[in-house]
Ligand binder design. Structure first.
Ligand SMILES: Cc1cc2nc3c(=O)[nH]c(=O)nc-3n(C[C@H](O)[C@H](O)[C@H](O)COP(=O)(O)O)c2cc1C
Ligand SMILES: [Fe+2]
Ligand SMILES: [Fe+2]
Length: 402
């Protein structure tokens, strides 16, 4: 029999899967789709937590209708105004004109801007609570855990934390909703890619809200994020550990070599450096071509590994532009505490190394070794220099084990 899944009795999962969108935010490829999670609490009052992307409003409202059978929704809680969650609010308001919308001051400014809604608003602040029957909702502000208006909503009776984008991941929900029922392993890569691309810049804010939760502990049995699995005690600590590591910019031992190459010569240096690092016993060595790797996968590995190695040709007296772009994406995310090594190529006058040096200055990463320069094709001397650079990188990583 068809049923709408429940997280606990009376808290329904009314989210949707998006397997049609090629790229999230029209930038980040969705290899296995994404879910927009929304939850309907049926108590003395009916409360909807967030909505879904407007493209999926039909199936979203259909699910809600099946549960409510004409009963109105009393409240919508808006934890996050980004349109992947707020997109259906305009239609929701048309369908339920008397619905009260719960949010904070910053939410309401955006609600007006996106949907022209200015009435029936219930403004909440940190720590305030609203009784909805046997359940009570309280609110934890989480500014910049993606956008300024983000807040978490806590439901005390069933111990459910609705955490907006926090603990979210790419990847549709293929049948299962709860982490404990599924093979969760397929989500870890996508969680790191989601974090690096979407939340990456806001590490200090993620840490701030973690500290708030630590200082004012609440009992949590379910963490309902807006994307991906609902976390239970089975795997929440692992999800938390991923978000904690990434938001502290902590790295694993390993090297991420990112290169651009038009005709393959610079790639030979990338491989030479990679082999030298590997030969010294470093297990995690990844090499990304800027042409074939997607920036989202590259960012994932920049967040993951300690030693970052950048190499690119000179192009029109400047830097091969895909390298400029990836440095910009890394810099935007203010990735901290990495090692940096460079290599570059040219045919007549080298510019790429100078440009990469200038572009990475703000990151203030510790430089390892001298940049390796190559004119045209590799010579034994250049290859030796590249191998030496790899050895120095490996040496530094090995010293860090102590
Ligand atoms: C469109 C284009 C522009 C280039 N501009 C320069 C340049 O301004 N200065 C220079 O020394 N080499 C220039 N080169 C040569 C490349 O830097 C050289 O081919 C490259 O470093 C070789 O590495 P690869 O085989 O990995 O592409 C240019 C090459 C191309 C195709
Ligand atoms: Fe978001
Ligand atoms: Fe989102």
């Amino acid at each position: 029999m068809f049923e709408i899944p429940q997280i606990t009795e009376g808290i329904y999962y009314v989210g949707v899967n998006d397997r049609a969108k090629a790229k999230f935010e029209n930038v980040w490829p969705l290899y296995k789709g994404v879910s927009y999670n929304s939850y309907l609490i049926v108590d003395e009052k009916v409360v909807l937590i967030d909505t879904v992307d407007v493209c999926y409003s039909d199936i979203f409202f259909y699910k809600i209708d099946l549960i409510l059978k004409g009963r109105p929704i009393d409240y919508l809680v808006v934890d996050h105004m980004e349109p992947d969650h707020s997109g259906s609010i305009g239609l929701l308001k048309q369908k339920y004109p008397d619905i009260k919308i719960i949010g904070n001051k910053k939410t309401f400014n955006m609600l007006n801007g996106y949907h022209g809604i200015t009435e029936n608003l219930v403004e909440v602040e940190e720590g305030m609570s609203i009784k909805i029957g046997k359940r009570e909702l309280s609110f934890i502000m989480a500014p910049m855990v993606h956008w300024p208006e983000v807040m978490f909503t806590y439901e005390q009776h069933d111990k459910v934390l609705f955490s907006a984008d926090a603990f979210g991941t790419f990847g549709a929900l293929d049948g299962h909703i709860l982490d404990k029922d599924m093979d969760i392993d397929k989500y870890w890569y996508e969680m790191e890619r989601y974090y690096a691309c979407i939340v990456g810049k806001f590490g200090p804010f993620v840490q701030k809200v973690f500290k708030k939760l630590q200082d004012n502990p609440i009992e949590i049995d379910y963490v309902c994020s807006t994307h991906g699995p609902v976390w239970t005690k089975a795997h929440f600590s692992e999800a938390m550990a991923v978000y904690d590591r990434l938001s502290k910019y902590e790295a694993y031992e390993g090297a991420c070599i990112i290169f651009g190459s038009m005709y393959g010569h610079t790639e030979i240096l990338a491989d030479t450096i990679a082999q030298a690092i590997a030969k010294k016993g470093i297990k995690n060595v990844v090499v990304h071509s800027l042409t074939s790797s997607d920036p989202s996968d590259i960012l994932r590995d920049v967040f993951r590994y300690k030693a970052i190695v950048l190499g690119a040709p000179t192009y029109c007296n400047n830097l091969f532009s895909p390298m400029e772009h990836i440095i910009h994406l890394i810099e935007l995310r203010e990735v901290k505490n990495r090692y940096l090594s460079l290599f570059g190529s040219c045919t007549w006058a080298i510019q790429s190394i100078k440009k990469m040096t200038a572009l990475t200055e703000k990151l203030a990463w510790e430089k390892i070794g001298e940049p390796v320069e190559m004119k045209m094709a590799p010579t034994p001397e250049v290859l030796n220099k590249a191998a030496e650079l790899g050895e120095q990188i490996a040496q530094k990583l090995i010293e860090d084990r102590k």
